[in-house]
Design a protein around this ligand. Structure first.
Ligand code: NAD
Length: 421
């Protein structure tokens, strides 16, 4: 079985055939610029000290500071972090934000740590990574199992270190805030960040539907109802799309009422109480497995949970005509080929879920310039970015007669190569 990084590079190599970038440059981009491997101690609540391992992969900074999340997970490994940092480079280039690619992770199960241990872990990591991060060097963000609070601890460590190095003890507080994104609003976070990935995906979908013969009020099934899936569902249902099915990790819900879709507002309200769909009983709504949800006869399928859920075992059974990839890497390389033969239109992750990093860039920009934009301003600028990114990808796909995934990689590669001259 191939690892995620070599799968990513295979697609990149395929896409590079449609770009005019020089061969040496394409070869250069097949490996990250820098891999930082960290080892540091964590003091547990009982006084025991355990060694911890973490990574930061700085893939490339051709377009701007390295940018990407930090995840806490027991299965964090170098191949995964390399692949994720590569995808960040591609994603940032596709949506044209002045950031490079980066990603980090610590091998840890945060569910086994107390809040105080989590704080010491984060502060220990931040102290070690200090020389390698900064608003103009590398800007981390939340990812799996990390959140605005974790970002706040990193900012605090960064502030302390900078203060200790400053000759007069004076430091620019706005500049310090720009060391990470995904901060709490009151600590310099941006309006509109929470919903940005779901909204960005919805805007990309709308642009796509304007280009194909699919009715605008199409039917949709969504796998995953966390941050991304639920916001996407909200914007899509408000716009009149029929959300026929949704799911969380335990179970799915399917509309059988004949009323034209689930009541998304009601379902969001239920989820906000922290409950599982398996405990939800609604008239006209039945339960469905996550596997069956993927094979429903709907116009648009939206994987918004995990990687690899559409694979060689189920690709032939997919009945949707359009797949909007809101999760990272939901379709395997083999499934991609099968779906292409079936003429299923895939809107790739590096384009579909780039709304999140776009608003992260807005957050960084506001911090660097001491500004605060309203939610309307943020959404307006996001719309502009998403529509332009989609148009560029669509035009290359049409011109070169290639998939939107390959076209997105070509757009990214051309943008990176444009910095050579
Ligand atoms: P989240 O943790 O808020 O939600 C994840 C959802 O997936 C939950 O509904 C959970 O119940 C469901 N889920 C978990 N295991 C599942 C399983 N085995 N089968 C089906 N569903 C399962 O996460 P999120 O922030 O919504 O991220 C979802 C995806 O989008 C991830 O792939 C993430 O990498 C990607 N993504 C997120 C952002 C962002 O801004 N949050 C940006 C880009 C990409």
């Amino acid at each position: 079985m191939q690892d995620p990084f070599s799968d990513a590079i295979d697609i990149f190599e395929e896409a590079s055939k449609y770009s005019d970038a020089p061969g040496w440059f394409i070869d250069l981009l097949k490996q990250p610029e820098r891999i930082i491997q960290l080892r540091f101690p964590l003091e547990k609540d009982d006084g025991k000290i355990v060694p911890m391992s973490g990574y930061r992969v700085q893939y490339n900074n051709i377009l701007g500071p390295y940018k990407g999340g930090i995840r806490y997970h027991p299965k964090v490994n170098l191949s995964e972090v390399k692949a994720l940092s590569f995808w960040m480079m591609i994603k940032n280039a596709v949506c044209n934000v002045p950031f490079g690619g980066g990603k980090g992770g610590i091998e840890v199960n945060p569910k086994e740590l107390s809040e105080a241990e989590l704080e010491r872990l984060t502060r220990g990591f931040a102290q070690k990574i200090f020389p390698n991060i900064g608003p103009e060097i590398d800007v981390p963000a939340p990812d799996v199992n990390t959140n605005p609070q974790v970002m706040e601890w990193i900012t605090d460590e960064y502030r302390k270190k900078l203060k200790s190095q400053s000759a007069n003890g004076k430091i620019d507080e706005n500049y310090i805030k720009a060391v990470v994104t995904g901060k709490p609003l009151e600590q310099g976070g941006s309006e509109g960040r929470t919903e940005a990935t779901g909204l960005g995906g919805f805007l990309v979908l709308q642009s796509c539907l304007n280009c194909i013969e699919l009715r605008q009020k199409a039917t949709i099934a969504i796998q995953g109802f966390g941050n991304v899936g639920s916001y996407f569902a909200k914007f899509a249902s408000e716009a009149g799309f029929k959300i026929m099915a949704v799911s969380d990790s335990k179970t799915g819900l399917i509309d059988q009422s004949g009323n034209g879709g689930l009541d998304i507002e009601k379902i969001i309200g239920f989820k906000q109480k922290g409950k599982s769909f398996s405990d939800l009983d609604l008239e006209g709504v039945q339960k469905i497995s996550n596997e069956d949800l993927l094979e429903l006869e709907v116009d648009i399928l939206v994987p918004a949970a995990l990687e690899g859920v559409i694979n060689k075992d189920n690709a032939l059974n997919i009945r949707a005509g359009v797949i909007l990839e809101l999760a990272n890497g939901p379709t395997t390389k083999q499934a991609d080929k099968i779906l292409e033969e079936k003429q299923v239109l895939i809107i790739p992750d590096v384009l579909a879920n780039s709304g999140g990093v776009t608003v992260s860039y807005f957050e960084w920009f506001q911090n660097m310039h001491g500004e605060h934009w309203t939610v309307e301003e943020v959404r307006g600028k996001l719309k502009e970015k998403m529509e332009t990114a989609f148009k560029e990808v669509w035009e290359i796909a049409e011109k070169k007669k290639i998939s939107l995934r390959l076209a997105a990689y070509v757009v990214a590669l051309n943008r990176l190569a444009s910095k050579l001259s």
